[in-house]
Design a protein. Structure first.
Length: 182
C-alpha cells in the first residue's frame, strides 16, 4: 500500500514541478543565473588570500575586499525591494575589512536574497516596485541584481588574474574517475 501511495505521489508531483517550471520560465531562468553567479562570487571571496583583500590596481578603484562588501550591500538593497521589505542597510563595504568578516557578510547577504529568488514566480515578478525612481517589475529588480553581481564578478576576476589566481569560472572541472580495467 505504501509503495502505491509513494508511486502515486511521485506521479503527481513530478508533472506538477515540470509544469511549474514551464509556467515560470523567466523566474526559473533567473534563479539558475543567480545560483551560478552566487557560487562564483562566494568561491572568489574564499580564493583570495587575506593579505590581498586590501589590493586595488589603482587608487581610484575599490579594493578587493571593498568589492566583496559592496556586493553584499547590493544584495540587501535589490532583494529588499523585491521582497517589499525595508533595506537592512548594513553598510558592509564601510564596516568590514577582514576576509572572514567580509566572506561571512557575503554569505549572509546571499541567504537574505535567497528568499527573494526562491519565492519569485513570473506572475509575482510582474508586480511593479520602485527601483532608482522608476516603476520596475519585481523580476527585473532581480535581473538587475544578477547583472550587478556579474559586473563585479568581472572586477574580481581581473584582480585575481593580477594576483595569478585562477577565477572560479575558469577552473577546470575535476576529471571523471578512471574506469577500472576489465
Amino acid at each position: 500500500m505504501r509503495t502505491i501511495l509513494r508511486t502515486l505521489l511521485v506521479c503527481l508531483l513530478v508533472p506538477a514541478s515540470v509544469a511549474m517550471a514551464q509556467d515560470n520560465p523567466f523566474s526559473t531562468f533567473n534563479k539558475v543565473a543567480y545560483a551560478r553567479v552566487t557560487g562564483m562570487l562566494l568561491r572568489s571571496a574564499e580564493k583570495m588570500p587575506e593579505e590581498s583583500y586590501k589590493f586595488k590596481p589603482t587608487d581610484s578603484v575599490r579594493s578587493y575586499g571593498q568589492i566583496i562588501g559592496h556586493v553584499a550591500d547590493a544584495q540587501y538593497m535589490f532583494c529588499s525591494i523585491a521582497l517589499g521589505e525595508k533595506n537592512p542597510g548594513l553598510n558592509v563595504e564601510k564596516t568590514k575589512t577582514s576576509k572572514a568578516d567580509l566572506t561571512a557578510a557575503l554569505k549572509d547577504a546571499f541567504a537574505y536574497c535567497d528568499k527573494a529568488y526562491s519565492g519569485m514566480t513570473d506572475l509575482a515578478g510582474a508586480q511593479t516596485v520602485k527601483l532608482f525612481g522608476g516603476d520596475t517589475p519585481k523580476l527585473d529588480v532581480l535581473v538587475v541584481n544578477n547583472m550587478h553581481n556579474m559586473e563585479h564578478y568581472g572586477n574580481l576576476v581581473t584582480y585575481m588574474r593580477m594576483k595569478n589566481i585562477v577565477p572560479p569560472s575558469s577552473e577546470q572541472s575535476p576529471a571523471p574517475p578512471a574506469k577500472p580495467e576489465k
